[in-house]
Design a protein. Sequence first.
Length: 168
Amino acid sequence: MASRIEHRAEFPHSVGEVYRTQTDAAALRARLAEIGGQQARLAEHEAGADGVRFTLVQGIPADRLPQVVRSLHRGDLIVHREQRWQRTGADEVYTGTATATVDGVPGRITARTELRTGGEGAVLRTTGEVTVRIPLVGGKLEGVIAEQVTKLLEREAEFTASWLGADN
């Protein structure tokens, strides 16, 4: 059984400005440098007329992992995250998908994202799920990972707001 991920962030900026911050290679590298953890890097970045696709590699040090994770996995966790964004419709709405895997962990994180006008600017919504295929402890791990992913999404939203406030 999968654990759900839900996150919502509002920005007092246009959808276009938020989209560029979410997908621009320089902004992604700066975000990784600030909150990406060990071995963080932008592995791939491809922008075209139909959207943007990129792959991030992020590291979580073993000493920052919950005990339940450390008991099942030795060493740091290395996360590979592929994100795709595309503009949908005539309005300024962007949708995306994300998938992530963790080296040495039989599971997967999937998410759908939507960026659209809302409130005083733009609203970014992420919904997804974590699936870990380890008998007896998979469900517990899913919950821990879902919580950590939600915290990461919050930190990324804070970075985006800061980046936009600095007029990069």
